[in-house]
Every structure is written in structure tokens, then in C-alpha cells.
Design a protein around this ligand. Structure first.
Ligand code: BES
Ligand code: ZN
Ligand code: ZN
Length: 496
């Protein structure tokens, strides 16, 4: 897709189609051009409702507001409904709500690219996507004049962000037969060459020398050997150092605590955290953000077999802590425990985040659309929630730790058990398990993102088509951009 920003008025632009956003209330005033035809067609301007007036090549879509998050979502919906049409070019206004606030424009461009995404690699008949040229007019909805350079920058960053999200989606959507730890490592190497990132791959022998025994136990029954991937973006004079650790379970069968058939379907999604790390690293290097960012991925397949790790085993993690295995399906925390230790050994970070499709309990708790954010203190979790909700278009909410839930992972024979002794609060107990592998230096600088809900979409919503969503990519890019500007924990006024 090509995006062209122009100072021309919409009426002066030649294109096959015009996309018009109907903001809540607009239809009641006489500001909408085709009001009568729209009403005749039954269009009432509700959020995400669309109407194509084919006679005059205008496509209308309703939005509750001109907030960036709404514009991103409705543009995603618009692109899905335009798939299959033959329009090759479309023109649209910026709909910016403040002359300096480009968040709406960024949201619009992200929404267009994200909504247009399909995963057709395995289809003989590919979906038809004719819309190639998007022309954005700076003629303003509100009548004020806009700065072309900052608008262009917003478009460029939107393209990078959305393409990185789609890159993550492609990885997650790829079936486990074609995407296993070695493939992930190769892909990271390829990315590092293209984006001038540093890349280090740890193979099984290296992982053994690093004493990552919990990770190794999870990987043992698979014919695919594990990999630990380290990607680094190292600009000169960075404003801060951030480490991001991703759960990269290229398949989670549950292991000997085997998942029931219905629960195993889609478990290729269990590499979503690691895949998000790849997308984030890609975007950060393309934007050349002045923050040093390290991405670590534990790439492992959790399978069954004669060599499988078992419930009742006791594993010694990299930091020497012992873990009694009571359920081999709680494998993500075992992999992360070791990779968190490794990441902290390699890099002293100002902030450390981990991203994982860690628990079904998180989906039960906060639903399919929201990231659960946890940590020992507020600081790092607040950064995630602030970067997410108001700006990125993703949703995130905090889940608090407490000492009583912490006690439920006690073990009689080891330092801790890998599951809790209560059936409730599973997202929090998993987060508290991980906190055992955060060292003193990072204690207050760490947040854990459970993306089990939003990582894989059952029914398309907003800018997310069915399948992998690229959950967490946009949030973390935004967070890192904010840190580079020195306002890591301040909510941007113009984004609300
Ligand atoms: N990968 C799953 C979590 C998951 C479930 C992600 C559904 C996405 C959708 C994880 O490894 C897992 O199986 N967790 C168990 C933990 C339990 C055994 C304590 C779960 O959530 O059931
Ligand atoms: Zn599992
Ligand atoms: Zn898992």
C-alpha cells in the first residue's frame, strides 16, 4: 500500500473512492454530504457501521469519536469491508482533532494497514486486495492548518508500526510444522541483518552451559531443539536501556499433562510473546529510536514422549531456585524463569518487560481483548497501561499481586511449585511465580504482560482480523517511543 500526503483539497484529488468518517452526531447536523441517500440506505452512523454509495464512489463509516483509538478501529473495519471491491485508490481527510496532535492520523494509517491484513500463505486462492493508493488530504475537518512534516512523520511511524505488527501476525499464524525454534532463530538472524540489530543465538549446548534447566526440561520431548534468541538495538547515547523477554512456545501440547483436544487447537499461538519481541525489535530499529532495547526469546516446543519431563520432577532454574513440577502444561513460566535470569545476567536494564500467552485464567479474568499487566510495584505496569489504552489502540489493565496468592505456589519439597493450590487467581499466581526470577536490581523495574486473551482473535474486532493480532507490539513500541522522549510515565494529553 502507498500513502500519499497532500495539501490539495479533497475535491481536487482524483481517486476511485472517497472514504468519509461520520463522527457521532454528524448525521443530525447537515454536515454530511449524502445525508438523504445514507438515510434511505438505512445508515445511522453507528460506530463501525458502514455504507458504500456505489453511484458516487463514496464509502461512509461511523465512529463514536475522533479519538485515535476509535479512528484506528473503524478504519480497520472499513478495510475489511472494502476487500473484494475493485477500487484501486481512495482519498480521505486526516480528521485530526488538534493541529499538533498527529495521533489520529497515525491511528488512521495503522488501522488501514492492520485491517487490510490477511494470512493467505496456505490458500490456493489468495484474497483480492485492489486498494493500493491511499491519498490523505490535509484539508482539515476542523478548519485549522497542519504541519506537513509532523503529519508525514506520523504516517511513516504508522507504517513501520503496522508492518511490524503484521510481521508478528505472520509468525504466529504459521503452523507449528513450519515454524519451530530453529526457524525462529533463523528468522531472527535474517531480521538482524536487514535491520542492523545485533543477534546472538544460543543452541542446546549453550543453553546447557547457561544452566537453563527449566527451559531444557520443557523442550526435552520435542524433536525440535530449543533456542534462546537475543536481539539488540544499540543506538549511541541511549536515553534508557530496556529488556523485553518473550515466551516463544512454538507449540504447546500441554506435555504429559496433555491438553484436551479442543484446548490444543490454536496452540501455535503460544509463540505470540516471542513473536511480538521480533516485531518490536524490527520497528525500533527501523525508527532508530534512541533507547537501547534488548529482545530475548525462549523458543521451545512442549511435547509428549518417552523423554518428556514429568509432573513430580524437581527442576533447578538458572538462578538456583528449585521448582516442583505439578503440571507440565504450566510450561511458559518455566521457560520464562530461565530466560528472565539470562536476560538480567546479560543486561542491567532500566526497565524489564516480559510478554507471554501465560494463562487461560487471564482470559477468564479480563476477557479476550485485554492484556493483563502485573509487577511488584506500580511504576513499570503503569507505563504499560498508559502506553496501551490511550495511544496504541490496545487495551491493558493491572492485576495486583498479594501475599496470600503468593503463598499458594508453595511446595513441600522445593522452593516453589509451578502451579498454585487454588483454582482461582491463576493469572496473578503465574505472575508471582515469575517474580521469583527477578533480581534485586530489577525488582521495581519489571512488568509482566499476559497476552493470552488478545493474542489470537476468534471473531474479528476493530483493526484485528481473525487469527494472530500481534498483541503487545503497538503498546511496547509506544512505550519505548515515550521513554525516548523522556516521558515514560506521563500520559500524552493529545492522545486522549
Ligand atoms: N499457553 C497456555 C495458556 C493459554 C491458554 C494461552 C489459552 C492462550 C489461550 C499455558 O501454557 C497453559 O497451558 N497454562 C495453563 C496453566 C495451568 C496448568 C496452571 C492454563 O492456563 O490452563
Ligand atoms: Zn501450557
Ligand atoms: Zn503455554
Amino acid at each position: 500500500m502507498n500513502f500519499k500526503l497532500t495539501e490539495k483539497k479533497v475535491s481536487e484529488i482524483k481517486s476511485d473512492l472517497e472514504i468519509i468518517i461520520v463522527i457521532k452526531g454528524d448525521l443530525d447536523h447537515n454536515s454530511v454530504k449524502d445525508k438523504d441517500s445514507l438515510i434511505k440506505a438505512g445508515f445511522s452512523g453507528e460506530h463501525e457501521e458502514s455504507c458504500l454509495l456505489i453511484e458516487n464512489n463514496r464509502f461512509y463509516i461511523g465512529s463514536d469519536s475522533i479519538k485515535s483509538t476509535d479512528i484506528r478501529a473503524i478504519m480497520g473495519v472499513a478495510m475489511r469491508s472494502l476487500q473484494g471491491t475493485t477500487f484501486k485508490s481512495a482519498k480521505v481527510l486526516t480528521y485530526m482533532s488538534h493541529p499538533k496532535c498527529t495521533a489520529v492520523l497515525r491511528g488512521m494509517v495503522e488501522g488501514i494497514i492492520l485491517g487490510n491484513y490477511t494470512f493467505d500463505r496456505y490458500k490456493s486462492k489468495k484474497s483480492t486486495k485492489n486498494l493500493i493508493d491511499i491519498i490523505i488530504s490535509m484539508e482539515e475537518y476542523h478548519g485549522f492548518s497542519l504541519d506537513k512534516d509532523s503529519c508525514q512523520r506520523a504516517i511513516d511511524n504508522a507504517i513501520i508500526t503496522a508492518n511490524a505488527t503484521n510481521y508478528t501476525r505472520d509468525i504466529v499464524n504459521t503452523p507449528p510444522e513450519d515454524f519451530y525454534p530453529k526457524v525462529m532463530a533463523k528468522m531472527a538472524k535474517k531480521l538482524s541483518k536487514k535491520s542492523s540489530l545485533e543477534c546472538k543465538i544460543l543452541k542446546k549446548k549453550d543453553i546447557e552451559s547457561e544452566d537453563m534447566n527449566a527451559l531444557l526440561a520443557v523442550s526435552r520431548a520435542s524433536r525440535h531443539k530449543p533456542r534462546v534468541i537475543h536481539l539488540a538495538h544499540k543506538p549511541e547515547n541511549p536515553k534508557a536501556v530496556i529488556s523485553i523477554i518473550g515466551k516463544g512456545l512454538t507449540y504447546d501440547s500441554g506435555g504429559l499433562s496433555l491438553k484436551p483436544a479442543d484446548f490444543m487447537v490454536n496452540m501455535k499461538l503460544d509463540k505470540s510473546g516471542g513473536s511480538a519481541v521480533m516485531g518490536i525489535m524490527k520497528a525500533i530499529s527501523e525508527m532508530n529510536i534512541s533507547v537501547e532495547v534488548h529482545g530475548f526469546i525462549g523458543a521451545v516446543e512442549n511435547m509428549i514422549g518417552g523423554d518428556a519431563y514429568k509432573p513430580d520432577d524437581v527442576l533447578i532454574a538458572k538462578n538456583g531456585k528449585s521448582i516442583e513440577v505439578k503440571n507440565t502444561d504450566a510450561e511458559g513460566r518455566l521457560v520464562l524463569a530461565d530466560v528472565l535470569c539470562y536476560a538480567q545476567q546479560e543486561v542491567k536494564a532500566d526497565y524489564i518487560f516480559d510478554m507471554a500467552t501465560l494463562t487461560g485464567a487471564c482470559v477468564v479474568g479480563v476477557g479476550n481483548y485485554t492484556i493483563g499487566v502485573m509487577g511488584n510495584t506500580k511504576m513499570a505496569s503503569d507505563m504499560v497501561v498508559n502506553a496501551s489504552n490511550k495511544i496504541s489502540g490496545e487495551m491493558a489493565t493491572k492485576l495486583d499481586f498479594n501475599r496470600y496468592l503468593g503463598r499458594t505456589i508453595k511446595s513441600n519439597i522445593a522452593d516453589m511449585s509451578n502451579i498454585s493450590n487454588t483454582r482461582y487467581g491463576g493469572a496473578v499466581t503465574a505472575g508471582m511465580f515469575l517474580s521469583n526470577f527477578i533480581d534485586e536490581h530489577h525488582e521495581d523495574r519489571w512488568a509482566h504482560l499476559d497476552i493470552a486473551g488478545p493474542a489470537f482473535v476468534e471473531h474479528a474486532w476493530g483493526e484485528n482480523p481473525e487469527g494472530a493480532s500481534g498483541s503487545g507490539v503497538r503498546t511496547m513500541i509506544k512505550l519505548i517511543e515515550k521513554v525516548s522522549r523522556g516521558d515514560g510515565h506521563i500520559v500524552e494529553v493529545c492522545d486522549s
